[in-house]
Design a protein around this ligand. Structure first.
Ligand code: IDP
Ligand code: MG
Length: 140
């Protein structure tokens, strides 16, 4: 069964640039319903754990240091085919390769500061959602 939920994070650079409102508006205008939402800051260990799948890659340390450096906004989004449709809205990991109109084309500063996260599978959407939100914080 295809899942109807995905997990997004507005990354530290985009929060610092005052883009929370614009990004959430794009997301909801694209048909996603916000069913959980908060502003938070990851500890270094939280960020290491969240991105553990990238352990050993050359960018891993920069990634977890950056992601824990300042506040982020985290949300669970609901929509039919949520994971795939949100990856489409997100655009390529590398903003120079992202299509016009995608979140990363619009808001990313670079490959490592690409503004927004989106889960890459239904299983990871579930794992990432419970990483950030308790049951009580999920409204659906
Ligand atoms: P994704 O965010 O599009 O799913 P992943 O491959 O899961 O991309 O990588 C996680 C994050 O790590 C990316 O969003 C980006 O911020 C960073 N990243 C990925 N590849 C590189 C790289 O080659 N150099 C620097 N940072 C990278
Ligand atoms: Mg990924």
């Amino acid at each position: 069964m295809a899942s109807n939920r995905t997990l997004t994070m507005i990354k530290p650079n985009a929060v610092a640039r005052g883009l929370i409102g614009e990004i959430l508006e794009k997301i909801t205008n694209s048909g996603f319903k916000i069913i959980a939402l908060k502003m938070t800051q990851l500890t270094l260990n939280d960020a290491k754990k969240f991105y553990a799948v990238h352990e050993g890659k050359p960018f891993y340390e920069d990634l977890y240091v950056f992601m824990s450096s300042a506040p982020i906004v985290v949300a669970i989004l609901e929509k039919e085919n949520a994971v795939e449709d949100f990856r489409t809205l997100l655009g390529n990991t590398d903003p120079t390769k992202a299509k016009e109109g995608t979140l990363r084309k619009l808001f990313a500063e670079s490959l490592s500061r690409n503004a927004v996260h989106g889960s890459d599978s239904d299983e990871n959407a579930r794992i990432e959602s419970s990483f950030h939100f308790s049951r009580r914080e999920q409204f659906s």
